[in-house]
Design a protein around this ligand. Structure first.
Ligand SMILES: Nc1ncnc2c1ncn2[C@@H]1O[C@H](COP(=O)(O)OP(=O)(O)OP(=O)(O)O)[C@@H](O)[C@H]1O
Ligand SMILES: [Mg+2]
Length: 408
C-alpha cells in the first residue's frame, strides 16, 4: 500500500505548498481590488455583450433582487447545503422553475468581467451527466451561480448518508450512476477543448436527477474563483480521501488525479460506504486500503454492499472494484484514461491485460486542520505508517492540453 505518512519533512512540504497558494491569493486579491472599480463600470457592457451573443454564449444574468425573491431572502429554510465555495439555497424563479442558488463566499470575489468570462465558458459545456448552469448574478460584491435543481440530492447524502431518502440503490441503479459519472468525466477530459480537470470529484458533487441520472456538479469552479488560501486548504482538508497523493502533496494536477478520485468514488458506490470511517476498527477505516487487502486475498466480494438485493451481479461488482483499484494505483501512468474506464465498466474492454498494482493513499493527514484565518495547523498526526513518497511514473499535462479550467 502506498501510504504517505506524515513525516515532519513531508508535512513541512505540504504546509509550504498551502502557504505558497496563500501568498498567490493575496496578490490576486489585491489585483482584483484594483480592477474592481473598473469592472463595476464595465458590468453593464459585459452583461449586454454576453446576452447579445445569446446564440454563442447563453449565460443568463439575474439581478440580486430576483434571486433574493426566488429564495425567500436566502432564508435558512431554503438553505440546502454549504460547501467550500459558499452556501446553496433552493429557489423558485418567477416562471416557476426550481433552481439551486450558490452564493459564493465573500472571500471568493472575482472581478465582474473575469467572473462573467469564466461563466460563459462553463455555461457552454452541456452533457447529460453534468449539472446545467442556468445563469449567474454579479451585482456589486455578490457572486452567485444559478443551477438546475436536482431533486434527489447528492449521493453523499443518499447512498452514503443516512439512507432515509427512500431511494432504492439497487445494483442496476449503481451501474447507471457509475457509468454516468465516468461518461461525464470522459466528456470533460477528452471531448472538449481545452479539457477540464475537475479537481473535486467526490460523492457530494454527484447529484441525482429525478430518474437517478447522475450529474457532476462544480466543474470549472476552480477557475472561476480567485486563488484563496482558506477556501483551497479547507477544501483540501475536507476532500482528503479522494485526493491523489501527488495532487495533495505536490499540487500536481493531471487528469490522472481526477481518475484517482473517480476510483475512490467507484469503490464507495459498490460498497455503499464512505471512503473513510473512523468509527470502524482501524484496519477497516480506509475503504481503499481494505479493498486492496481483500483483492490480494481474493476476497473482493466482501467489499460489496451487503444491502444489495436480488439484482446484484457479483462478477460485475467485483469488476467495478478492480477498476476502482486500477484508477487509484500509485503509478500515474498505470491509471487508465477515462474513456478506457467507461469501456471497462460497460464490458467493452477487458481488464485482463492490466496488472493491478498497489494503490496510493494518504491516511496520515486525516487530522490536518485548517483554521478560518487560512493558517494551517496540525492538531494531531498519526505517523506509524510512514512511507516515503515514491511515485516514479508521472504524466503532467502537456502545454497543449493544459486546461484553462484548472487553477485553484
Ligand atoms: N444543483 C443542485 N441541486 C440540488 N442540490 C444541490 C445542487 N447543488 C448543490 N446542492 C446541494 O448543496 C450541497 C452543498 O453543495 P456545495 O457544492 O456547496 O458543497 P459540497 O459539494 O458539499 O462541497 P464542495 O464545495 O467541495 O463542492 C450539496 O451537497 C447538495 O446537497
Ligand atoms: Mg459541490
Amino acid at each position: 500500500m502506498g501510504n504517505y505518512g506524515c513525516s515532519d519533512g513531508l508535512l513541512t512540504f505540504v504546509l509550504q505548498n498551502l502557504l505558497s497558494i496563500s501568498c498567490f491569493s493575496v496578490v490576486c486579491g489585491h489585483l482584483c481590488n484594483l480592477v474592481k472599480m473598473d469592472c463595476c463600470f464595465m458590468f453593464r457592457k459585459t452583461s449586454q455583450a454576453i446576452e447579445g451573443d445569446a446564440g454563442e454564449h447563453r449565460v443568463k444574468i439575474f439581478s440580486y433582487n430576483e434571486l433574493r425573491k426566488a429564495t425567500h431572502d436566502f432564508s435558512g429554510a431554503n438553505k440546502i447545503g454549504e460547501g467550500g465555495f459558499g452556501s446553496v439555497f433552493r429557489g423558485i424563479l418567477r416562471d416557476g422553475t426550481p433552481v439551486a442558488v450558490k452564493v459564493l463566499s465573500a472571500t471568493s470575489r472575482q472581478g465582474v468581467r473575469e467572473f462573467l468570462t469564466e461563466l460563459t465558458a462553463i455555461s457552454d459545456i452541456k452533457h447529460e451527466n453534468l449539472v446545467t448552469l442556468v445563469g449567474c448574478c454579479a451585482e456589486g460584491s455578490h457572486r452567485i451561480l444559478v443551477y438546475n435543481y436536482l431533486e434527489n440530492n447528492s449521493i453523499s447524502q443518499t447512498l452514503l448518508g443516512t439512507r432515509c431518502s427512500g431511494i432504492q440503490f439497487d445494483w442496476k441503479t449503481r451501474v447507471k450512476i457509475a457509468v454516468g459519472v465516468a461518461r461525464g468525466i470522459t466528456f470533460l477530459h477528452e471531448e472538449i477543448r481545452p479539457p477540464i480537470i475537475h479537481r473535486d470529484i467526490k460523492a457530494s458533487n454527484i447529484l441525482l436527477a429525478k430518474d437517478l441520472t447522475p450529474k457532476i456538479s462544480d466543474f470549472g469552479l476552480a477557475r472561476l474563483l480567485p486563488p484563496n488560501a482558506t477556501h483551497v486548504s479547507t477544501r483540501v482538508a475536507g476532500t482528503l480521501g479522494y485526493l491523489a497523493p501527488e495532487y495533495a502533496i505536490r499540487g500536481q494536477v493531471t487528469k490522472k488525479s481526477d481518475i484517482y478520485s473517480f476510483g475512490v468514488l467507484l469503490l464507495e458506490i459498490v460498497s455503499g460506504r464512505c471512503n473513510t470511517n473512523t468509527r470502524l476498527p482501524y484496519e477497516d477505516q480506509f475503504l481503499l486500503e481494505r479493498t486492496w487487502v481483500c483483492y490480494e486475498q481474493e476476497r473482493l466480494d466482501e467489499i460489496i454492499d451487503a444491502d444489495l438485493g436480488d439484482d446484484l451481479d457479483v462478477d460485475e461488482a467485483c469488476r467495478f472494484l478492480k477498476i476502482g483499484l486500477l484508477c487509484t494505483q500509485d503509478a500515474l501512468a498505470r491509471r487508465p484514461n477515462m474513456s478506457s474506464v467507461v469501456k471497462m465498466l460497460i464490458g467493452e474492454k477487458s481488464l485482463s491485460a492490466h496488472k493491478i498494482t498497489r494503490p496510493a493513499m494518504i491516511t496520515d493527514f486525516a487530522d490536518l486542520k485548517v483554521s478560518s484565518g487560512g493558517q494551517t495547523r496540525v492538531q494531531e498526526t498519526r505517523s506509524s505508517t510512514t512511507r516515503s513518497y515514491s511515485t516514479t511514473e508521472e504524466e503532467p499535462f502537456s502545454s497543449s492540453e493544459a486546461p484553462t479550467q484548472t487553477s485553484i
